[in-house]
Design a protein around this ligand. Structure first.
Ligand code: CA
Length: 520
């Protein structure tokens, strides 16, 4: 018996809109199962009204008000950014804190992956030499030397996966003592401690820059190693202006010699069986559409809960895509302190946007809207589903390191590359990225599993997408099935058994620092 085709999806019993599943959309006059007739053509992913909605009436999706109608919309009509008014963001005082008891979840035991255990106890999913830089001035030189290292040194060290130059635009021409400068500075310091760099830190600087290279190796937030050559700042910081270098050739030789010492140690490392509790997974979405909150993000949320049950760490981020769903999150904080920390991050970001005379309506993007997302409230409701149902045990600021196992909110902008950069600094060893519109996004430091929210994209980008969650919309797979599939894929990728599309193709985005402080 063939299953009836799913043509529209209504998420919550109280919703007065549903989204069109059909590839290519549905034409005017289409009659749905319950007799509903479309009054206009509606593209795939866009919302059809299930009842007459008068001007000023609420439009409800996910059981939440996403806005009010600016004009009457008849049953079978099309709801989009032109006829929905953005509601006020939820007030931040008086939110319920830590009121929802944690759902009872059996611990998940026996799941493992093959990782690289580091001296500081963290576990890498790759064995990569990261070359930290203190200033943009050295970027060209670092690119040059990375290519030389890859050609001349790496073939001799087959157990090292890659060498990556951590170039960025910070370091000089910036107000280095402004209070907010702490964000880019701690981001750089903490990225060098990412588990995939094996606690081998080397820093290339220029010499005269405001961010002195030595500051990137002092006052480390965690004691990572002692009495080893790798710990000696003298031996692991190099400035191009060092007067012992007679020309460019000397500098390159100096950097190559330093890299070789690190590569020799790294080449002795082997993967070993580690419990799934050593996973530190960053969740992100980008190029979202109306399916994100129905297919990929709920599957990610299910996998989030599985990782937490296995004792691992998961981060969700993207403040502007959390702000309008904050009332759904504060009850889930583990205690009132965590709840207040979550609200503080929202307040900080409200002020940050205000200072730039922007507000949350700057998100979503034109592509989000073409994908059926009418405003940031609808986007946020679909985005926070990535966090699953686990209690939120901690909140960290931008560029800080993760401190606890379980589910952490790591405050970051929603910008894909900035969020990725900050999750690297927080210490993720793998990222899951959901996309509806499509992006070839990838990171050279940690593997990124890309999931499509709809099968139209999954099929068109068959060689860029690692997992298609569009099968949930068509009824071919359940959220639980996809969630388990993602969990197993995470273990395979973390073990190096499965290569993600971005790594196979060598598609890697730049580090982009979040610098809320002034530039001089
Ligand atoms: Ca994003």
């Amino acid at each position: 018996m063939s299953q009836p085709r799913t043509r529209v999806i209504k998420v919550h019993a109280n919703d007065n809109v549903a989204i069109v599943v059909e590839q290519g959309g549905l034409g005017e006059g289409t009659v749905l199962d319950d007799g509903l007739v479309l009054t206009v053509p509606i593209p795939q992913g866009h919302k059809v009204t299930l009842e007459d909605i008068a001007t000023g009436e609420d439009i409800v999706r996910y059981g939440e008000v996403i806005g009010t109608a600016t004009a009457p919309i008849p049953r079978g009509g099309h709801v989009n950014e032109t006829n929905v008014r953005l509601p006020r963001a939820p007030a931040l005082h008086d939110l319920p804190l830590a009121t929802r008891p944690a759902p009872s979840a059996e611990p998940l035991e026996g799941y493992t992956f093959e990782g690289f255990r580091n001296p500081d106890g963290s576990v890498g999913t790759k064995n990569v030499l990261g070359i930290t830089t203190s200033v943009q001035c050295v970027a060209g030189t670092v690119d040059y030397v990375v290519s030389r290292i890859k050609q001349e040194l790496l073939p001799r060290f087959p157990n090292v996966d890659d060498v990556v130059g951590l170039n960025h635009t910070y370091g000089c021409g910036v107000a280095i003592n402004a209070p907010a400068a702490i964000v880019p500075i701690r981001t750089l310091k903490n990225i060098s401690l990412n588990p995939n760099f094996g606690n081998e830190v080397m820093v290339i600087g220029l010499g005269c820059e405001k961010l002195q290279p030595s500051t990137l190796v002092e006052d480390r937030p965690v004691k990572i190693y002692e009495n080893t050559e790798a710990a000696d700042p003298e031996a692991n910081v190099l400035s191009l202006q060092d007067e012992s270098f007679q020309g460019f050739g000397d500098m390159i030789e100096g950097i190559m010699a330093m890299a070789e010492r690190h590569l020799e140690r790294m080449n002795r490392r082997r993967r070993e069986t580690c419990p799934a509790s050593e996973l530190v997974v960053g969740m992100q979405c980008g190029g979202s559409d109306a399916f994100s909150g129905v297919t990929a993000n709920p599957a990610v949320g299910f996998a989030t809960d599985l990782i937490v049950r296995a004792g691992g760490s998961v981060m969700f981020s993207e403040v502007t895509e959390v702000r309008d769903a904050i009332h759904l999150l504060t009850p889930r904080t583990a205690d009132e302190t965590v709840g207040r920390a979550l609200i503080e991050q929202m307040e900080w970001y409200d002020r940050y946007l205000e200072g730039g005379q922007a507000d949350r309506s700057a998100n979503p993007s034109p592509g989000n809207k073409r994908g059926g997302l009418s405003n940031v409230v609808e986007k946020a409701l679909g985005s926070v589903i990535k966090s699953g149902t686990s209690p939120i045990v901690d909140v960290i600021g931008p560029g800080e390191r993760i401190r606890r196992k379980g589910l952490t909110f790591a405050a970051t902008p929603a910008s894909d590359f900035i969020c990725g950069t900050l999750q690297l600094a927080a210490g993720m060893n793998l990222q899951v990225f959901t996309t509806g519109r499509g992006t070839p996004y990838g990171l050279s430091m940690v593997p990124v599993i890309k999931m499509s929210t709809n099968s139209t994209l999954g099929q068109r980008w068959h060689d860029l997408i690692d997992l298609d969650a569009g099968r949930i919309a068509t009824g071919e797979a359940s959220i639980e099935e996809l969630g388990w599939e993602l969990f197993h894929l995470i273990l395979d990728v973390a073990s190096g058994r499965h290569q993600v599309a971005a790594d196979r193709l060598g598609l890697h985005n730049d580090l982009v620092l979040f610098n809320p402080a002034p530039v001089t």
